[in-house]
Design a protein around this ligand. Structure first.
Ligand SMILES: Nc1ncnc2c1ncn2[C@@H]1O[C@H](COP(=O)(O)OP(=O)(O)OP(=O)(O)O)[C@@H](O)[C@H]1O
Length: 600
């Protein structure tokens, strides 16, 4: 409202829309006559004291009809926008979320529907179903539903790759729940803007159909119908067209400007929030490691110490049952020409209960692709072309998407890099946690789910959890938001927790606190953890073993002290040398526990 009052056009829009709404609601009270009342003594009277806008050919008062027509316009507009949203939004959500063939076929369907003139769709529906309020609403709703579908699809395509959606998928929420309770609220802003603009457009279409005699019958006054009547009297009463014409133009314009105002206001607050977030993230932009981007040896090359034998994935060679075993995984991206690009080749690794495995390698080495293959979340066009992935001995690669989704919820949890993007911005933290709690236990009461959510916040070290449950992610600092994301990942008590650069966006102090939390949770819950990072300091502080990736291939794997103190592959040696602190320390990387003590 403050924004609206500062801009003249917005003020105009708000005032006009308010007046139209009030007039529509209070029509029976403020109209001097009933809309159907006739004064047979004064047909086509022209403006008089009794009839300021004149009368029609049967003596009906035009001012009263104009006032009651506002009601018709709003009813039809609101009804048709609701119909358009009910059809278009779910359609767009499904197309955008499912992608692939659904999207390709659906989008072509939208293109075809878009190519048909809107009014023609209206004519056809009215011709088939006959005239009447419900038919008019349906006809106009069908005209606009494709626009809502298109908008919703476009935004869903972007939203579905965001961290909070992936977190929700990994947390075990099913597709309808993710779509309607996670993605849809994030579309609220653009949909409200679109709805406001289409309210104006619906009034225009209703007026056009009524003008052509295809709208409502004579007993239901409408601005378009009044305009149509006025055209028959342009010679004797040209003023008759003025009032309904102005009403249509001003109302349509006002709704359009209202849409712009809402858009400006929302993008203004988004910008403000982004600035605040930006400040938080900038404050928290911790020191980054150096890069080993000098010319690199082939992945298979070793140092003078001899060839390097990457982890064969054999699980029998070490103590403890592996929670996760990846054996000879090949991940490829399909090219449009039918060829493939190899992203990860012959990668093997194992992680046991209570163990933290660091997955190291510089940007683009394939760490995230490997993690996504494990989670069954490879992006479209990228696939696992060979190898095996087992979780607690269960093969994941031949599972259906539904089986994988169920496994993801309880077997695996994931925390992504950007703490704020891990959480839906429009839901309270409590809502996000209880949604996942209830997805895992459909019988749990609301109160019990909330209490479990508070316990989880407490577990990850968020103070005053009861109060924090009612706050939104933007009210949390980066470190606290990442603790919440970890809490969400822990709801299903996963055996495997994957941290995909989960501390990279945090400042060093917060990073240390979150890493301590991970170590503590590992000790308390006995989870297996894969910690993906390009920060060797982080790996040194937290990991028991490390696996080093170079251009999609595992070049070295082993105990963290051995690998850091005596790297066998030249690339690992360069990676360590490029990392300030770790290099100097290399023999003195010290013991893992010493570093942890220093760090604490
Ligand atoms: N959607 C995609 N389609 C095709 N190739 C992709 C896609 N996403 C990433 N890649 C490619 O896969 C390779 C591995 O990327 P990945 O994201 O796994 O690297 P990373 O080691 O996790 O790097 P970073 O630390 O920057 O996230 C890169 O060459 C990247 O360009």
């Amino acid at each position: 409202m403050r924004t609206a009052l500062r801009q003249p056009t917005a003020l105009f829009a708000v005032v006009v829309v308010t007046v139209v709404v009030v007039v529509a609601i209070a029509a029976p009270l403020i109209a001097p006559y009933a809309p159907e009342a006739k004064d047979f003594t004064a047909p086509l009277s022209g403006p008089t004291a009794a009839h300021p806008l004149g009368t029609d050919d049967l003596g009906g008062d035009l001012l009263s009809q104009l006032i009651h027509a506002a009601r018709t316009a709003l009813l039809v507009a609101v009804g048709s926008v609701v119909v358009a949203m009910l059809i278009g939004v779910p359609l767009g959500l499904v197309l955008g979320y499912r992608g692939g063939w659904y999207d390709r076929i659906g989008s072509r369907g939208l293109d075809i529907a878009d190519a048909l003139p809107g009014l023609m769709i209206g004519f056809v529906v009215i011709a088939i179903l006959g005239q009447g309020m419900a038919v008019l609403i349906l006809a106009i709703g069908l005209v606009f539903c494709m626009n809502f579908a298109r908008l919703t699809r476009a935004i869903t395509l972007t939203e579905r790759n965001k961290g909070y959606v992936e977190s929700a998928r990994v947390s075990g929420l099913n597709a309808p729940r993710i779509l309607f309770s996670q993605v849809l609220p994030n579309l609220a802003g653009p949909l409200v803007v679109q709805a406001a603009v289409f309210l104006g457009s619906a009034i225009k279409v209703e007026a056009a159909l009524s003008f052509l005699g295809l709208g409502l019958g004579d007993e239901q006054p409408s601005w378009g119908g009044m305009l149509g009547f006025a055209t028959q009297h342009t010679a004797d009463h040209p003023e008759m067209a003025l009032a309904p014409g102005i009403a249509i133009c001003v109302t349509v314009l006002a709704f359009s400007l209202l849409g712009d105002t809402i858009n400006d206001t929302l993008s203004g607050s988004r910008m403000r929030r982004t600035k605040i977030l930006g400040r938080v993230l900038l404050d928290g932009d911790g020191a980054r490691s150096g890069s080993a981007d000098a010319a690199l040896p082939p992945a298979s090359a070793g140092t003078d110490d001899g060839p390097v034998g990457p982890d064969t994935g054999s699980v029998e060679d070490s103590a403890g049952e592996p929670v996760l075993a990846v054996r000879h995984a090949d991940i490829v991206a399909d090219r449009p020409d039918g060829g493939v690009v190899r992203l990860v080749h012959d990668a093997s690794l194992t992680v046991r209960r209570g163990e933290i495995l660091g997955l190291l390698g510089e940007s683009g080495s394939g760490k995230s692709m490997l993690a996504k293959a494990i989670l069954g979340l490879l992006p479209a066009g990228v696939r696992l072309a060979g190898g095996a992935i087992t979780l607690n001995g269960t093969e994941l690669t031949d599972r259906s998407p539904a089986q994988l989704a169920a496994l993801r919820g309880t077997g695996m949890g994931v925390v992504f890099q950007n703490p704020q993007a891990n959480l839906s911005p429009v839901h309270t933290v409590g809502r996000q946690l209880t949604d996942v709690v209830r997805a895992h236990d459909a019988t749990i009461s609301k109160e019990a789910a909330r209490s479990r959510a508070a316990d989880l916040l407490d577990l990850v070290g968020v103070d005053d959890p009861e109060r924090r449950l009612d706050q939104y992610p933007y009210q949390f600092s980066g470190g606290m938001a990442q603790r919440v994301a970890i809490a969400v990942a822990l709801v299903g008590e996963p055996d495997l927790l994957i941290l995909d650069e989960a501390t990279s966006a945090l400042d060093v102090t917060t990073q240390a606190q979150v890493l301590d939390l991970v170590l503590d949770l590992r000790d308390r819950l006995g989870m297996a953890v894969v910690n993906i990072t390009h920060d060797l300091g982080v790996a040194a502080e937290t990991c028991d073993r490390v696996t080093v990736l170079l251009r999609g291939e595992v070049v070295e794997t082993g105990d963290v002290h051995t690998v850091f103190d005596h790297p066998r592959h030249e690339y690992t040696a360069r990676l360590i040398a490029a990392h300030p602190g770790v290099d100097d320390d290399a023999p003195g990387l010290g013991t893992h526990d010493q570093r942890k003590v220093e760090h604490a």
